[in-house]
Design a protein around this ligand. Sequence first.
Ligand code: SF4
Ligand code: SF4
Length: 168
Amino acid sequence: MFAVELARGLATTLRELVAKPVTVQYPEEKRPVSRRFKGRHELKRYDNGLEKCIGCSLCASACPSDAIFVEAAENTDEERYSPGERYARVYEINMMRCIFCGYCEDACPTEAIVLGDNYELSFYDRRNSIYDKSMLIDPVAEGGKPTPQKVEPGVFTRSIPVMKNPQD
Ligand code: SF4
Ligand code: SF4
């Protein structure tokens, strides 16, 4: 009986010796995250480069850990950051407080704040845990223009775009 158990143990060892290693060579090699993964936030833009965020602070109100700070300012057609009246002059998220629940994403009326797939959030200093707008905002898409933009008067009066399907 002892010999059988010993043989089974050795067989397990030998099997593992020839098995393909499962070690991932991070950070050179990264595992894909699941579709519903909630990672670092991204502030989105429209294709024309205007910012989706309208500075309404609904995300900050919805946040259970009080991690978001938004300060809004007025848009003009001479200096436009986003459609509608206001944009986020200051947008900050304290990543030390964030619990990645996604409530901010759910609350946003313009789909401006989205939790992406980036999980690399290390920092050595408490101050570096505050991610500001320049760190969160997406780059301008090809063909778009950076903000602020000078636009035709009366074109971007609507803060919230017409959604294809409000239940999307
Ligand atoms: S993911 Fe949750 S905790 Fe983090 S900023 Fe958004 S609402 Fe707040
Ligand atoms: S991210 Fe969305 S909810 Fe938050 S201030 Fe901007 S528009 Fe409002």
